[in-house]
Design a protein around this ligand. Structure first.
Ligand code: HEC
Ligand code: HEC
Length: 400
């Protein structure tokens, strides 16, 4: 009750100020003065307090995290990432106002999708949506399962230009990217938000890319059980004191490379996962070929072009829930399915990574059920909590 009274009296005082002076409070960043006598109150649209932006720029990053693909020209700023957040959640970024980036990259599922393929503005995606956790913390600068985008910035507007996903393709009479820019220029708050992020109100594809990439790079997850353990040891290869024996065994098997006989059957050592999913970021090695998963969802075609995986952090959600199917074709529903794949790789396609093909035989890891369960419990330690609920990465629109 007391809070309500304070809130009411604030509204009344602010009302009085503007009645008396006939001017808006120039210090209030929630109010935009359009210069032509009209004002826009951002609080009518967003849950964001523009007088006290969320911190995206100086987030805590553990000192053992060394990889970072932020380019010099596009470091994260609070204003840039805030604009990126708004664009990421705005349905107006699709031709028919039906989907936003967030439709297929859902915070509750580590910014991936619980559907195997996702519904876009004009159809289904051909591949499973990728989780967007810690996209910044990898050396690899190419994005997408097949790495066809050569930077995160370049990636961000490819879904907008894709006919099925967001529809500004310019093909067959569909609107093109200039139509999107015209649309954003006419929305009463965007010119001001671009000014705050980039200095002038000009809206360009490069600025949209920079803002979206800043927001995506800000999405970080370092509050897992793994991080708690890693913080108190000198080397990631030591057993972690906060881990169970099973989790430590799983870690060791994940980290150590295997030794094979000349038939491709493992004799000893670990399972070699970290050779491609490198710890402690669990980001993806840039030199990998495909891992033998070559399916195409909903078809008998094959696809041997898959050379990237999202980080293996937050594959599973904080309540043990699945954050969606695994692999580009959604062919693994659980981590045990994933291990069954690596245990006995069945195809020997020309692009199968050499590490998975010792002596030109697809690898057989000979995992025992206990070892499989150990690797699964280890992978479950890579899940954080904050990223699923922190409002700084949530939908900022009051109505959308
Ligand atoms: C209709 C669903 C859909 C929409 C809308 C969508 N995405 Fe995606 N996103 C996907 C799918 C599917 C993939 C994987 C596609 C592939 O690799 O061929 C993906 C991949 C990505 C990746 C690559 C991640 C990595 O680690 O390589 C990024 C980044 C991304 N999307 C950002 C965005 C942004 C930004 C938007 C909005 C402008 C957006 N997406 C809109 C479905 C979607
Ligand atoms: C030679 C490199 C390589 C090695 C070694 C490797 N992987 Fe992978 N991993 C990949 C590639 C490539 C993908 C993407 C495959 C796809 O989607 O079709 C992937 C995908 C995954 C995924 C799914 C990620 C997602 O978001 O869908 C999991 C989980 C995974 N690997 C776990 C493991 C484990 C556990 C091991 C050790 C037993 C391992 N990987 C060894 C290359 C490798």
């Amino acid at each position: 009750m007391k809070n309500v009274l304070i809130a009411l009296s604030c509204v009344m005082i602010m009302g009085c100020v503007s009645d008396n002076s006939g001017m808006i409070n120039a210090d209030d960043d929630n109010v935009v003065d359009n210069g032509n006598g009209t004002t826009v109150n951002l609080s009518d649209y967003f849950s964001i307090d523009f007088n006290d932006l969320n911190n995206y720029e100086n987030q805590d990053i553990p000192d053992y995290i060394q990889e970072d693909n932020s380019p010099n020209g596009n470091q994260i700023s609070d204003e840039g990432a805030t604009l990126g957040r708004i664009l990421f959640y705005d349905n107006k970024m699709s031709e028919n106002n039906s989907v936003a980036c967030a439709s297929c990259h859902k915070q509750a599922f580590a910014f991936g999708d619980n559907e195997i393929v996702s519904i876009g503005a004009n159809g289904l995606t051909g591949r499973h949506s990728m989780r967007l956790i810690n996209a910044r913390f990898g050396d690899e600068t190419n994005f997408f399962w097949d790495e066809r985008a050569n930077s995160l910035e370049a990636q961000t507007t490819m879904p907008i230009r894709d006919h099925a996903e967001m529809g500004f393709s310019g093909e067959n009479g569909a609107p093109d990217f200039d139509d999107l820019i015209n649309r954003l220029e006419a929305i009463e708050y965007y010119p001001e938000l671009f000014t705050r992020a980039f200095g002038t109100e000009v809206i360009t594809e490069a600025r949209i890319q920079n803002a979206l990439a800043q927001f995506i790079r800000s999405i970080q997850s370092f509050d897992s059980k793994y991080d708690e353990g890693r913080a108190v040891v000198n080397s990631q290869n030591q057993p972690f004191p906060n881990f169970t024996d099973q989790e430590n065994l799983g870690k060791q098997l994940f980290m150590q490379p295997p030794n094979f006989d000349n038939q491709g059957v493992r004799i000893d050592g670990g399972f070699g996962c970290a050779g491609c999913h490198s710890a402690p970021e669990f980001s993806f090695a840039s030199n990998s070929r495909n891992n033998g998963v070559i399916g195409v969802f909903g078809s008998n075609d094959i696809d041997i072009t898959i050379t990237r995986s999202p980080t293996l952090r937050d594959v599973i959600g904080p309540n043990g829930q699945s954050n969606g199917a695994l692999f580009h074709d959604g062919s693994a529903l659980t981590l045990l399915d994933v291990l069954a794949h690596y245990n006995d790789i069945e195809t020997n396609n020309p692009d199968l990574d050499n590490r998975l093909r010792p002596g030109n035989n697809p690898q057989q890891l000979e995992m025992t059920p206990d070892q499989m369960n150990a690797v699964v419990t280890f992978l479950e330690t890579l899940t954080g909590e904050d990223v699923y609920s922190n409002e700084k990465w949530s939908n900022p629109f009051l109505e959308n």
